[in-house]
Design a protein around this ligand. Structure first.
Ligand code: FES
Length: 98
């Protein structure tokens, strides 16, 4: 049985996890966050996106510490978890304190 790859045209990446990956990062180090959801090295890119049209989001960690990286791939503040996995909708007053 073959698995359908997500594509940019679909607009929906795969969802490896409905919640953040909690990882340690080092200040000044560059990371590539998986945006297609296919990487076997979540939340980081392992180049599984080839042919999907998705590209990893590269970022340099501003500080060392624990980061919550989006695992649902639907965050409104990629590559970080923004609560979208828990129903957060930007501008919705019920989430003002999130
Ligand atoms: S894991 Fe994607 S918004 Fe939380």
């Amino acid at each position: 049985m073959s698995r359908k790859l997500p594509t940019v045209d679909d607009g929906a990446p795969a969802m490896p996890q409905r919640g953040p990956y909690i990882v340690q990062v080092e200040a000044g180090k560059t990371y590539r966050w998986c945006s297609c959801g296919l990487s076997l090295n979540q939340p980081w890119c392992d180049d599984s996106h080839a042919g999907t049209g998705f590209e990893p989001i590269e970022f340099e960690a501003p500080i060392s510490g624990e980061f919550h990286m989006c695992g649902c791939k639907q965050s409104d503040n990629k590559p970080y978890c923004f609560g979208t996995c828990r129903g957060h909708v930007p501008g919705d007053p019920k989430w003002d304190l999130f």
